[in-house]
Design a protein around this ligand. Structure first.
Ligand SMILES: O=C(O)c1ccccc1N[C@@H]1O[C@H](COP(=O)(O)O)[C@@H](O)[C@H]1O
Length: 205
């Protein structure tokens, strides 16, 4: 069964909607973004999340000490690195990790093999910020990744209308969505439910 991560949550109502709809993971953005949350509020939101729903902190080129401070104060399951972090930096920090790759070319996808992380996330390049752009990348490039599909997460411009096709083409571990479950730049509970339904009710075994 393909997992779903709902990212960029900022409001308690939307955290609850994602959990109730069956999200497998939720994401809090600590990087520069219109979806950024501060550590104290993220800790309050995270405290409402049951253990079976994984909590992911999204960072871009974080300072290692600041990252550890957030990790100590917010009960995160994974750190998502969404910048230019090197394999050595991630290894040295030593926390459970997801590395995001901005995909323009096959070379961008091949870089993933240099990293030793828990999950590999492939996203379209950002526009205003490093992620959360609502753009789709060319999924066919993933054939170049050389990463087991059970450790692959697809992001970038997903919505209830293209989620099933993304799963069909890429057979990933999980889909990750932010813009596609927003209306007027704010998360929308109906869109969250619709996205999760579109992924989970594809008729998979
Ligand atoms: O969501 C953000 O604002 C964000 C900012 C900086 C880095 C990553 C960010 N989010 C990640 O972007 C993709 C989702 O993008 P989309 O809006 O669905 O196209 C996902 O990996 C988020 O974790």
């Amino acid at each position: 069964m393909t997992r779903v991560k709902i990212c960029g949550l900022m409001e308690a109502e939307h955290v609850k909607a994602a959990i109730d709809a069956g999200a497998d993971a939720i994401g809090f953005v600590f990087a520069p973004s219109r979806r950024r949350v501060d550590m104290k509020w993220a800790a309050e939101l995270a405290a409402r999340v049951p253990e079976n729903v994984k909590k992911v902190g999204v960072f871009v080129n974080p300072d290692a000490e600041e990252l550890r401070t957030v990790y100590r104060n917010v009960p995160l399951d994974y750190v998502q690195y969404h910048g230019d972090e090197t394999p050595e930096q991630i290894r040295k920090i030593g926390l459970p990790s997801i590395k995001a790759f901005s995909v323009r070319t096959a070379e961008d996808v091949r870089r993933a093999a240099e990293y030793d992380v828990d999950y590999y996330l492939f996203d379209a390049p950002g526009t205003d910020f490093r992620g959360g752009s609502g753009n789709v990348f060319d999924w066919s490039l993933l054939a170049e990744a050389g990463i087991p599909r059970e450790r692959t997460i697809i992001a970038g411009g997903l919505n209830a209308g293209n989620a099933a096709e993304a799963v069909r083409q890429t057979t990933p571990y999980a889909l990750d969505v932010s813009s596609g479950v927003e209306r007027d730049k704010r998360k929308d509970p109906d869109l969250i439910r619709g996205f999760i339904r579109a992924v989970k009710e594809r008729g998979e075994a």
